[in-house]
Design a protein around this ligand. Structure first.
Ligand code: NAD
Length: 353
């Protein structure tokens, strides 16, 4: 693999994943052409359609191929009512997260336009935080089982897996992010009062790691209190670090504060290695194929990807164009606009070109 060319694997997936990734790729094409950036991408048709047709989810050798041949993966969404088991999504998305060890899941929560916030009197940019979710273990490790299944005595066990290595590396990553961006406030969130074994490990690790970052004001909140505080006074947070399950839930709460799933991007990182970028939302079968999906979250995710690939100015340019589109109501109906997916993509492309 040539080091100068940045290679991107594109997995649009199912439903609106395909529609929003098409717009993100048009934006990438504009920036590539305008700036002569050495980018190239290859699309993979993995998703429900292929699974139903050929029984293939994540093909053998795919993870090795990602590591060897690509710098980044741009991902849409997976999920289709015709696959109630969600097997293809588990294999492809969770398989990649775990298989490539994408242990950092940063989910920015940033208010780009005051009108998008449901809270009273919330000013633009007042909400600007990143939630760092641990992405490879916790309650999503898939450990557990069912005993006496489908009987009145059924027992279901779902383990919450916390390793010293896993907890330490995500906490360190969050502190490093704060240091690099000169952010002063970092909050670690757990439920160690009720889960003293697993989350006690978070407490002890946090107590050790925070000593290495004296310039960062480190605090701790239980997850229930944090949920309340995110609504009461979201401006108090800059960096939040937490486990897989809590990060999943809190980031949707955050999305609700800044305009919903149509505007929230995310990354799945293994720093220094191939990493995956995706909107937080799913495949939204209820609006798929109707040109209604908001492409802004996918476009912002492409911006995070360009930043990761070494083009940091791109993320700022994309975010400014997105903020302007929102200010001018060049948006899809979920944000109150009257444009379609494709027309919003057109507007952003014209603005960036
Ligand atoms: N990362 C992923 O691939 C991922 C994430 C979440 C859900 N899913 C899957 O997606 C499917 C649907 O799940 P869901 O309905 O719980 O979540 P969803 O995110 O797909 O949709 C939730 C609601 O938000 C709306 N919405 C989502 N994205 C939007 C966008 N870009 N523009 C406008 N409206 C948008 C939808 O119309 C729906 O009303 C399921 O199969 C689920 O498993 C996949």
């Amino acid at each position: 693999m040539s080091d100068s060319i940045k290679r991107i694997a594109v997995i649009p997936g199912d439903g609106i994943g395909r529609e929003v990734i098409a717009e993100a790729l048009r934006v990438l094409e504009v920036l590539k052409r305008r700036n002569r950036w050495p980018l190239e991408w290859v699309s993979f048709d993995w998703g429900a359609e292929k699974f139903l047709r050929e029984g293939v989810t994540l093909p053998a050798g795919a993870l090795e191929m990602f590591r060897r041949e690509f710098h980044a993966i741009l991902f849409g969404a997976l999920g289709d009512p015709r696959v109630p088991s969600n097997q293809h999504a588990v294999d492809i998305l969770l398989g990649t997260r775990f298989g490539v060890d994408l242990y950092v899941n940063p989910r920015p929560v940033k208010l780009l336009d005051a009108r998008l916030c449901p809270l009273k009197g919330c000013a633009e940019r007042e909400i600007d935080m990143v939630i760092f979710r641990e992405n490879t273990e916790g309650a999503y490790a898939g450990m557990g089982g069912n005993f006496k299944r489908d009987t009145p005595e059924e027992v279901a066990v779902q383990e919450d897996v916390n390793t010293r290595k896993g907890v330490e590396r995500i906490i360190i990553h969050a502190f490093e992010h704060a240091r690099r961006h000169n952010l002063k406030k970092l909050c670690m969130c757990d439920k160690s009062n009720a889960m003293p074994h697993g989350h006690g490990l978070w407490q002890r690790t946090f107590a050790e790691v925070r000593k290495r970052y004296p310039e960062v004001e480190a605090s701790h909140l239980y997850v229930d209190t944090l949920a309340l505080e995110m609504i009461r006074n979201p401006a108090q947070f800059q960096v939040i670090v937490t486990c897989n399950l809590f990060g999943d839930i809190l980031s949707d709460l955050g999305a609700g504060l800044v305009g919903g799933l149509g505007v929230t991007p995310s990354a799945n990182l293994h720093p220094g290695s191939v990493s995956l970028f995706e909107p937080v939302h799913g495949s939204a079968p209820n609006i798929a194929g109707k040109n209604l999906a908001n492409p802004l979250a996918a476009i912002l995710s492409a911006g995070m990807m360009l930043d990761y690939l070494g083009f940091p100015e791109a993320a700022g340019q994309i975010e400014s164009a997105v903020a302007e589109a929102i200010h001018l109501d060049k948006t899809t109906p979920d944000l109150g606009g009257s444009l379609g997916t494709r027309e919003v993509g057109d507007w952003i492309c014209t603005r960036l070109a």
